[in-house]
Design a protein around this ligand. Structure first.
Ligand SMILES: Nc1ncnc2c1ncn2[C@@H]1O[C@H](COP(=O)(O)OP(=O)(O)O)[C@@H](O)[C@H]1O
Ligand code: SF4
Ligand SMILES: [Mg+2]
Length: 330
């Protein structure tokens, strides 16, 4: 059974300035499923809606963001939660941290700058489960960070005393205290240099392999997905335009946008100029009609200007939203 089923999700930022209403259609018709024991990568250029999608998944929706329609259903062990209609108390007490945890870029938002790391663990564990025996709690926390390959002494430091990579590892250690069913990581390594990045990603991979939970990894960096993800979903302008096992995305992409992303990846020794896409990513307050990629697509046809292509299966576990591909598959 799927851990998470999202059906036709729409989530918009609705603002009003001087009486002028504006809605940014950041997530606009996303359907996808996440399964236990997989790492799912979400890729796509900046502003395509990746962070908005995970705000909805993690239940951290705040105005001006609102869910317009759709279903975001979790099947946890023994209970279900629809993020579109969840009771905030239930979310706080039973879901956040315990079933879903969220590792953000930079990690400072979860680490309190004026408190030692141990105090942040104490806050989170204290709020969710209480700490009846402090000595035991300290011992277990030290064991937990040691298991993740961190020196237990980091717990006695302040966040600013740690390197960026170490802070990110601490954020992952915090995210895994309750062994959640889903760990969501939003650009977790974007601010880090490549060598440090590798260590942080390896940590996420090791945790996933050991616990068999689900990791949703969001990054614009395709090289990271190639190394880490089992499946990849490519987002463009608020929608998933292609989804497939990682090997397929990299070796047999079908959507013209995915093909462009893959062909523009650097190859060692290849000095030929890479073709760039014409035009800019669309404005999500006023997205193009039909296929949102049509103004930039070299294969655009008449139908692409008026009809939005559905994300349809073209092979086992491979879905594509493109008239060219799905018509030729019929
Ligand atoms: N608080 C906000 N108010 C209005 N628009 C927003 C807000 N946050 C993000 N957006 C817009 O939503 C779109 C998607 O943003 P985001 O989900 O952050 O994309 P990504 O994570 O892929 O870079 C962008 O056009 C962005 O400008
Ligand atoms: S639907 Fe049309 S415009 Fe969109 S990617 Fe396919 S061919 Fe290009
Ligand atoms: Mg983002």
């Amino acid at each position: 059974m799927a851990l998470l089923e999202i059906k036709d999700l729409r989530a918009y930022y609705r603002t009003e300035v001087y009486g002028i209403h504006r809605s940014v259609r950041a997530v606009d018709g996303v359907s996808m499923e996440l399964y236990p024991n997989e790492i799912y990568g979400v890729a796509g250029e900046s502003s395509c809606g990746k962070t908005t999608l995970i705000k909805v998944m993690s239940g951290t929706i705040k105005p001006p963001l609102q869910i317009e329609s759709g279903c975001v259903l979790y099947n946890f062990d023994g209970f279900q939660v629809d993020m579109a209609n969840v009771d905030p108390d239930n979310l706080r007490q039973n879901v956040r941290w315990k079933e879903i945890s969220y590792v953000m870029q930079g990690s400072m938002s979860v680490l309190n700058p004026v408190r030692k790391i141990m105090r942040t663990f104490e806050d989170i564990v204290g709020t969710h489960e209480g700490i009846p025996d402090r000595r035991r709690f300290v011992e277990e926390t030290r064991d937990h960070v040691r298991k993740l390959g961190l020196p237990a002494d980091v717990l006695d430091l302040y966040p600013h005393q740690l390197s960026g990579g170490m802070r990110q590892r601490v954020a992952i250690a915090l995210a895994t205290v309750f062994h959640p069913s889903l760990i969501i990581a939003d650009e977790p390594t974007t601010a880090l240099d490549v060598v440090v990045q590798r260590g942080v990603l390896q940590l996420l991979k090791d945790i996933q392999a050991e616990s068999g939970n689900t990791v949703l990894l969001v990054t614009h960096d395709l090289a990271v997905h190639a190394n880490v993800a089992d499946r990849v979903g490519i987002m463009y302008a608020g929608r998933i335009v292609e989804e497939a096992p990682t090997q397929t995305i990299f070796h047999a992409p079908r959507h013209p946008y995915t093909q462009h992303l893959i062909s523009s990846l650097p190859v060692i020794g290849d000095k030929t100029a890479k073709a760039s896409l014409s035009g800019a990513p669309p404005n999500l307050a006023n997205p193009p009609s039909g296929c949102r990629f049509h103004p930039r697509c070299p294969y655009a046809m008449d139908i692409c200007l008026t009809q939005s292509p559905e994300l349809l299966p073209v092979a086992d576990r491979h879905r594509v939203a493109c008239h060219l591909v799905t018509e030729s598959a019929i």
